[in-house]
Design a protein around this ligand. Sequence first.
Ligand code: IPD
Ligand code: CA
Ligand code: CA
Length: 268
Amino acid sequence: MINQNEILSVAKEAALLAGAHARRIRERKNLKVEYKGRVDLVTEADLAADKIIREKILSAFPDHYILSEESSSKTDTHNLYAGPVWVVDPIDGTTNYAHGHTHVGVSIAFMQDGLTQVGVVHAPFLDETFTAIRGQGAKLNGQPIDASRCDALEKALVSTGFPYERENLGGVLARIERALIHCRDVRRAGAASIDISWLACGRLDAFYENLSPWDVAAGLLIAKEAGALRARFSDNKNPDLPEEIDGTDLVVTAPGVHEAFVQCLMLA
Ligand code: IPD
Ligand code: CA
Ligand code: CA
């Protein structure tokens, strides 16, 4: 039997250690940055945070599997539907991190047999830690949080983001015009895990983007436990991923605007 509280404490400790290290590296002012693709960056902090998190998890649970943006191979065929799996984005918002912005997250989720049990999103530059245990609600720095009570699209503050692979921009871009016309305004803050956590605590009312599992795994449990609802803005999904961590064409909203926002994003 898994002990959710023990898992949460390891996840939190790993996120705080990785976040503190990332802060220290940035304070040095000579950050090493490389390119993964044309615009997609990876810094020494992404790799260092990944190592810290892996070591922390594996020292507590040596036989658990870790799916991490920085250390999992794209050809890895591990069965994510069975057993204990950690889903990790060591630094979410690397572009923000490299440019000295504060909207940066360390995202760690724990899944058992395809269901997310624990989620932690830590914002090291904002001193905010969002946590959730399945069935037990969501918290920000230990205090319970709820999604907003927004009940009309014209009052909804929306957030989104854009994939680095510019050829995949279409789906998100096509919907921006609709969100701008029908909602209060749109933000692009640059770290999906933090966006989804901000939705969970009522700072945003709706979010949509096409994302990878490590961007969404922890945030989606936090949002769900805070009363937010999720859907997809298309029929696309990734058959290799458990539903709860599949960020394909994702929509997450406060409950009062869910139907209206999903409708708003549906292209004819
Ligand atoms: C990115 C951020 C960003 C989102 C991108 C992600 P990374 O993650 O979450 O907000 O728009 O799609 O890839 O690369 O900084 O971990
Ligand atoms: Ca990410
Ligand atoms: Ca990342």
